[in-house]
Ligand binder design. Structure first.
Ligand SMILES: Cc1ncc(COP(=O)(O)O)c(C=O)c1O
Length: 383
């Protein structure tokens, strides 16, 4: 086999030298403060059984999709699922993608056109940024969660009087994946409405966590009619895989025709679709969302008790980050927590900006108060 070209080997060596080499880990039996499985759905046997039962009862015994959705892979379950999703999320329509990464890549690479403008939060997820890179529109990032900075940027770059052909897209997340915080979504949406901008909200970490039945933060704030599109993903609190873009039927039709990550890939298997359906049914019955929020409140009380607030980014979500500068330092703290039985992931630069390295605590409905107290007490001895 050929050796890795020198240039690539040097990049790996540089990563290693800055203590930031990424490695695949193995699943461990540690107390989970790291997965996105906020409600424990991924390990629910009841959910597994419900999916199996649904598939066999309906004689959906096919393993693979057999092709892309535009060719042979559009299993009847897609229509069932997309109808359910639009109802649950109070959206005119929904289009399922194979993952949140695919949904963002597919959306941003084909919706904003040459001559259009995209303004996106500087901490937007990589899938959003990658999609924007593929777009022909001009893009500008604004300071994290800062509406005033966004307003100034829009004012500076928009053409006045606005060219009728120029469309402006504003992109944010309801819960930021590396900070766990949230923008003033209402204010962002009102700004967009007043200025005829198209708002896109990635709800990856809000689905299953916020909203009356886990419908997401946009619905909790009763502003579901305002965004041009929402991205819901199923690999986090829903415990399975896939994503949907929620928006109008005409947006759906456009994406089916032009979104390359939708068109040129094998569709999800019927089993994957049935699992998403079962997870949504479970959301309607479960009391795990309340339990998750009790744990979030308890975690915050404990941070206060241990006087750790100065290190934590303020958050009401299931993601809580303790910022301690330096890849080496946080790797060392994570290692010590691991030795004591706790799985807390160090988030290194370049995933986050240098100096902003952090320990990212993901909270779940199944964490106990004892576990939360123990891990934070331990942390307080290391920082
Ligand atoms: C905000 C956000 N959007 C999109 C994604 C991608 O979703 P998926 O894991 O389904 O590809 C993630 C995943 O980490 C995310 O945090």
């Amino acid at each position: 086999m050929n050796d890795l070209p020198d240039k690539l080997q040097r990049k790996l060596d540089d990563r290693n030298a800055s203590n930031a080499l990424r490695k695949l880990g193995t699943q461990n039996g540690l107390v989970d403060f790291s997965s996105n499985d906020y409600l424990g759905f991924s390990k629910s046997e009841a959910l597994f059984e419900a999916t199996h039962h649904y598939l066999t009862e309906n004689h959906f015994t096919q393993n693979g999709a057999t092709g892309s959705r535009l060719l042979s892979g559009n299993h009847p379950l897609y229509a069932v699922l997309e109808t359910m999703l639009s109802k649950f999320h109070d959206s005119e329509d929904a289009l399922v993608f194979n993952s949140g990464y695919d949904a963002n890549l597919g959306f941003f690479s084909c919706v904003p056109q040459r001559g259009d403008l995209i303004f996106y939060d500087e901490y937007s997820h990589a899938s959003i940024r990658d999609g924007i890179t593929m777009s022909n529109a001009k893009s500008y990032k604004f300071k994290h969660n800062d509406l005033d900075a966004l307003k100034a940027l829009v004012l500076r770059h928009s053409e006045f009087p606005s060219k009728s052909k120029q469309t402006t897209y504003i992109v944010t997340e309801s819960i930021f994946s590396m900070d766990g915080d949230t923008p003033d979504l209402k204010a962002f949406a009102d700004f967009c409405t007043r200025n005829n901008c198209h708002l896109i909200v990635d709800e990856a970490h809000a689905i299953g966590v916020f909203g009356e039945k886990g419908n997401g933060l946009v619905q909790e704030l009763k502003m579901e009619q305002q965004p041009f599109a929402r991205i819901a993903t199923f690999g986090k609190a829903m415990g399975c895989h896939g994503a949907a873009i929620l928006g109008s039927s005409s947006l759906k039709q456009y994406l089916i025709n032009f979104s390359r990550s939708f068109i040129y890939t094998t569709a999800l298997s019927p089993h994957a679709l049935a699992t998403i359906k079962s997870s949504y049914s479970e959301l309607l019955k479960t009391s795990k969302i309340e339990k998750l929020h009790q744990n979030i409140s308890f975690f915050k009380t404990e941070i206060e008790r241990l006087q750790l607030e100065r290190l934590f980014i303020s958050s009401n979500s299931s993601i809580h980050c303790c910022v301690v500068s330096g890849n080496e330092t946080i790797k060392e703290i994570a290692k010590k927590l691991k030795i004591n039985g706790f799985d807390v992931k160090p988030i290194l630069s370049p995933t986050v900006p240098k100096g902003q390295e952090r320990l990212r605590f993901c909270l779940h409905s199944y964490n106990s108060e004892k576990e939360i107290s123990e891990v934070l007490t331990l942390l307080s001895t290391f920082v």
